[in-house]
Design a protein around this ligand. Structure first.
Ligand code: ASP
Length: 343
């Protein structure tokens, strides 16, 4: 069966070449000459049933340069091409890929088609590149109709034989071809010799119209607690009224050092309506406020229990909820499982 796959190249190691300044992105025209199965579909018949649309988000960047504005441009391209395509692939640098996949998962409500992010640890120009496998796997997921496999109508990451939910994934290696993992949620699919889609974990295609939410608050901070942390600078910032949200990375299941300073911080957040999204520094497991006495200070209307959310999903969800919704709804929405990001 024919399917239409839209591929948006945004940069990243996948398409990078060595320059005097280090690795830098190159053009799609150069890249595609290293992808014979895609470039010459009649000769290499593997993708003969796929109609590709290739697009580039200029300027192509190292993903360190991604911003909420770029997320908006990516999401807008997906929406503009949504009706005419069956699946979408975003080629992206790995460094901030999990932020973009988390952000897109919140921006695109009611998805009924796959949006697959992928990239590479070694450039496509390298003889040992993982880019060809990663992109080919992504094409199978996005072009599912042609390969008669189950649809994954979610924002997901396809990397080294794994398909991970986009807002459950973290980059866990700078070197390993298995660059991403999903610490608290099983893979949506595994691409070995056979492709196994775990349909019981995958969202059902949504029948409602796709909805796009593009705004993100930039008045948020990520704060990692450490032994001896002094909250005074953070309290000053909250009292200045400039801060709308804090992702607070606590010890273990939500624990903080004892002492008045944390109570003062929470009270300042209550006064200023600054939201604290409480998360754990541990890659596995979740927040359990009240399990230890040292987490009781977080029992406040200013604090939302982030459960088992990843750091990337926590930050993007907080920015997105503040950016798009009224203050009265924000804490309720943050506590809810909106796109499969928390258990
Ligand atoms: N620095 C690169 C980037 O994120 C790393 C990569 O793509 O693997 O664009």
């Amino acid at each position: 069966m024919q399917s239409k796959v839209y591929i948006l190249y945004t940069g990243g190691t996948f398409g990078m070449k060595s320059t005097d300044a280090g690795l830098e992105p190159s053009s799609w025209d150069e890249i595609i000459s290293y992808l014979p199965a895609i470039k010459n579909q009649t000769y290499f018949h593997y993708f003969s049933e796929i109609n590709f649309t290739f697009d580039t988000l200029e300027p192509v960047v190292d993903s360190s340069d991604m911003t909420p504005e770029t997320w908006k441009r990516i999401a807008t391209r997906i929406v503009a091409n949504y009706k005419d395509h069956d699946g979408f692939i975003i080629l992206h640098g790995t460094d901030t890929l999990a932020y973009t996949s988390s952000a897109l998962s919140f921006m695109l409500e009611n998805l009924s088609k796959p949006v697959v992010l992928t990239g590479a640890q070694l450039p496509i120009f390298h003889p040992r590149t993982d880019g060809i496998v990663n992109l080919s796997n992504a094409i199978y997921i996005a072009g599912y109709k042609s390969f008669r496999i189950d649809c994954i109508p979610e924002v997901c990451i396809c990397f080294n034989d794994d398909v991970l939910r986009g807002n459950r994934a973290v980059k866990t290696s700078t070197n390993d071809f298995e660059g991403f993992s999903s610490p608290n949620f099983d893979n949506l699919a595994n691409l070995e010799q056979n492709i196994e889609v775990r349909t019981h974990l995958v969202y059902s295609p949504n029948t409602k119209a796709l909805k796009l939410y593009t705004e993100f608050s930039e008045r948020v901070v990520n704060v990692t607690v450490f032994p001896g942390y002094n909250t005074s600078v953070l309290i000053e910032l909250v009292r200045s009224g400039k801060l709308e949200g804090i992702v607070l990375k606590t010890f273990g299941a939500g624990n903080l050092p004892t002492g008045k300073q944390w109570k003062t911080l929470v009270e300042a957040c209550e006064e200023q309506e600054t939201i604290i999204l409480a998360t754990t520094q541990c890659p596995n497991g979740q927040i359990e406020l009240g399990q230890y006495a040292s987490s009781n200070v977080l029992k406040s209307k200013a604090v939302v229990d982030g459960k088992d959310i990843t750091p990337e999903a926590a930050l993007t969800k907080l920015m997105w909820v503040i950016g798009n919704f009224d203050a009265t709804k924000r804490c309720t929405m943050l506590a809810q499982n909106l796109r499969g990001e928390i258990s």
